[in-house]
Each structure stands twice: as C-alpha cells, then as structure tokens.
Design a protein around this ligand. Structure first.
Ligand SMILES: *Cc1c(COP(=O)(O)O)cnc(C)c1O
Length: 360
C-alpha cells in the first residue's frame, strides 16, 4: 500500500486502527454473520452500538444527563436551519458572530426564519481575527447566540468560550470537537458534522441542553426536530447506522489515546510545530493573528502565488494529500485533525523545507 499523509479538511483522515477494525468486522460483526450496514436500526445489536457510542462520547466530553445527544443526518448545514427552528420559540431575533465563511452560511440560513443580529464581524481584518467580546453588540431580544469556534476555511479559532449569561450559547463545532477538552455546561447547544474529527460523512451530532427542548416551530421538519428526535433516541427515522458505528470506534480509539487531555496536548504540539516552522521559514506565511490560530486547520501562503500549483502538485506526488487551500481563498491549507499524527506534520515540514530550498 502506498504510504500517504492525508491533510484533507473533510471528509478527513480516520485513525488507521479504526479502519482496520472496521475491515476486520465488515463481513461478520461479532459473529452475527452480517455487516453493521445490514442490521435493523431497531434491533438489539445496532441499538447497542448506538448506545455505546453515545456513552463513550458523553464520557469523553463530560456531557451531563441534563443534555440530550442526537445522532442525525444532513450535516452541519441541516443544523444551520434546525437551530432557529428549534430555539426561536416565537422570538424574532437571534445573535450571530461573523468570523468567516461557515458563520456566514449559518447566518444566511437563519435569515430565512428570523432577524439575524450580527453582534460582531471580522470582515475588516479579512476574517483573520476573532472580534473581542467587549466589542459585541448583542440584542436583548435574541433567543440565542450562535458562533463558530473554529472556522475551517480561514483557520481561525477562538481560544476562549464567550460569556453570554443566561442566553443559550450555540456552537458549530464541526472542525474542532474532540480536539481538546471543553466545558459542555457553558453551552446550550453544540453541533458538529462528523467528517472532520468524528467519523465518516453522513452523520451530524447535536448536544442540546434538555431545557431547550419542547419549543420547536410547528413547521419544523420531523427530521430536524430535536424534541422529536430526543424522544425517539435519534431513531424517529433511519439514522446513518454505519457512520454511527464508525464514530463509536473513533470514540473508543480516543479513549485509548488517553482521552481529550492527552489528545489536546498532542494537537497543541502539532500546531505549535507547524506554525513555528512557518513563522521562521521566511518563505511561508500564515495570515491569522497568533491568539486566534486554529489547532486543526492551518492555512499558509508563499510570497510568489505562481508557486502554489507546483507546491500542491509536488506534495501530492510525495504522498502529502489535499494541501490546496479552499477554492474560495486559494493558498494552501493543512488540516491536522486528531487522526493526523505528529509524523504527518514532520513529513509536511520536511517537504516544505525542501521546496523552499529549491524555490527560495
Ligand atoms: C464542514 C463544515 C460545515 C459543513 O458541514 P456539512 O456536513 O457539509 O454540512 C459547517 N461548519 C463548519 C465549521 C464546517 O467545518
């Protein structure tokens, strides 16, 4: 097999041990003579797989019993609509922070259902900063405040959790969940698409404080209705069973790595190493203010934009995959999620050094 390192922003690298286990169990899960994909979602085996996945996620993140955990479909994008539909409760306004493309997508979707009050925008710095909370202009009528803790495209991450008092805090954690410990009790709702740091595409996880259930807009589609889905243990309709199974294997793997304290320490080291190299290289640059640099998505540029194409082509030939920046921003981007080890970061830096020497 060709040895490659996968820096894709999503769907992203999965732990090799997890893939090997899924392969070993593919045709005959635990001696049942069939694959997980072929099991009834209402049968004892699949219900058990889903319950174990939920229990392990609860343990990893320290999720209290006052929160429901939902395994749904439609990606984070479906949740952009589900958030206002489930949380407005008759209110006309919600607060949103604009730190880049994903927060803007969430804002655009919410505008179909309510007046969006943009409390702050990082547009003036071309989305290379996080607006300090002192500058936020919140609406007293807002039903909730939504923000994007990690902007996957811009590589901008909050190093802090906003303090919004009794207003429910809603976070799109698609590209940062499970990358370090968090205090779930600070949040009203956390949601995350699976294909960055959890598992395969097709699954989105919603963690919602139970007191926020029970007031969906009556027009809410059943599949987006958190109250209905919580009552039915996410099995109101057929859930993405194989993605849930694989996510469960990833949670188990994370526990074996030592949990999120150990994983967070590893991620901090990976990020420090890569940013450290970029900053002192005199050849590459990262545009994000230091305090807001993402641990998971590291965009970088070269002074001569004509070198971007050769960089990506040569990197790909060397087995370093998906280093092109998002099609909207150009440049390069290395996504270094949990399953991307320090060995991948070292291989990337070695390649970057060599490329800089040849083209510098
Ligand atoms: C990838 C991503 C999304 C979109 O996820 P889909 O599963 O494609 O809907 C939303 N928000 C963030 C922060 C992301 O990284």
């Amino acid at each position: 097999m060709t040895r490659v390192f996968n820096f894709c922003a999503g769907p992203a690298a999965l732990p090799e041990a997890v893939l090997a286990q899924a392969r070993d169990e593919m045709l005959d899960w635990h001696g049942r003579g069939l694959s997980v994909m072929e099991m009834s979602h209402r049968g004892k085996d699949m219900v058990g797989i889903a319950e174990r996945a939920e229990a392990d996620l609860r343990e990893l993140l320290g999720i209290g019993e006052d929160y429901a955990v939902l395994f749904l479909q439609g990606g984070a994008t479906a949740q952009f609509a589900a958030v206002p539909l489930n949380l407005l409760g008759g209110a006309a306004t919600a607060d949103y922070v604009d730190t880049g493309q994903w927060s803007q997508k969430a804002i655009g979707e919410a505008r179909k259902y309510c007046d969006v009050n943009v409390v702050a925008s990082a547009q003036a710095t071309r989305h290379t900063t996080v607006p300090p909370q002192e500058t936020w202009q919140r609406s007293p009528a807002a039903a909730y405040l939504h923000y994007t803790p990690n902007e996957t495209i811009g590589g901008v991450e909050y190093g802090w959790v906003p303090d919004v008092g009794s207003t429910p805090l809603v976070a799109d954690m698609s590209s940062t969940i499970l990358s370090r410990p968090i205090d779930v009790s600070r949040f009203g709702v956390i949601y995350a698409g699976a294909q960055k740091n959890i598992g395969p595409a097709g699954l989105v996880i919603v963690i919602v404080r139970r007191d926020l259930l029970g007031r969906p807009d009556p027009r809410t589609p059943a599949v987006l209705d958190w109250t209905l889905q919580a009552k039915n243990a996410s099995m109101y309709n057929t859930p993405p069973t194989f993605s849930i199974y694989l996510a469960g294997l990833v949670f188990d793997w994370l526990k074996r790595q030592g949990g999120l304290v150990a994983v967070g320490e590893q991620n901090r080291r990976k990020a420090e190493r890569l940013y450290g190299y970029i900053d002192q290289s005199g050849f590459y640059a990262n545009p994000v203010e230091r305090a807001s640099r993402s641990w998971m998505n590291v965009p970088f540029t070269v002074a001569d934009a004509a070198l971007e194409k050769p960089f990506v082509a040569e990197a790909t030939a060397a087995g370093l995959l998906y280093l092109e920046g998002h099609r909207s921003v150009g440049g390069m981007r290395a996504s270094i999620y949990n399953a991307v080890g320090i060995d991948a970061v070292e291989a990337l830096i070695a390649f970057m050094q060599d490329f800089a020497q040849r083209h510098g």
